[in-house]
Design a protein around this ligand. Structure first.
Ligand code: 2F8
Ligand code: CA
Length: 131
């Protein structure tokens, strides 16, 4: 994909970070064209790795289906760990997609409108990477 500048391997997954900014859905489509999806953050270590890019990036988390119920792109409901920034998610206006915002803090997630442009990060588990 033209948009992918960096790929990194860590703990059984490959990650790709975009070089341009797109809406959540366009970013997700870009991942899916490559057989990946937006990143799902399962641990403190992965959170630290992702925010280490120091860019405002989309992650694979949305409450578009049911307001207030945050789901990862694999359909699982967000439980723990979770790394919302203080007083987020606040659904200010109508904010159904999650970004890494305050990347200098561990608690860095913010909900924003899905149609704004952000960088995005794709992840594929090496278990699913056979081609
Ligand atoms: O203060 C937190 C608040 O900051 C912005 O709104 C003023 C964010 N909006 C965008 O980035 C579009 C809110 O999501 C955030 O909660
Ligand atoms: Ca918000």
């Amino acid at each position: 994909l033209d948009d992918i500048t960096t790929d990194l391997q860590r703990n059984g997954s490959f990650y790709y970070i975009s070089s341009s900014e797109k809406s959540w859905e366009e970013g997700r489509n870009d991942c899916r064209q490559k057989g990946t999806d937006l990143v799902i953050i399962n641990s403190r270590e992965e959170q630290d790795f992702i925010r280490g890019w120091k860019k405002r990036t989309w992650i694979g988390l949305t409450d578009e289906q049911t307001e207030g119920t945050w789901r990862w792109v694999d359909g699982t409901v967000l439980t723990t760990p979770r790394f919302w920034a203080e007083s987020e998610p606040n659904n200010e206006g109508d904010e159904d997609c999650a970004e890494i915002k305050h990347y200098d803090s561990q608690n860095s997630w913010n909900d924003v409108p899905c149609n704004v442009g952000k960088y995005w990060i794709c992840e594929i588990s090496l278990k699913n990477y056979s081609k």
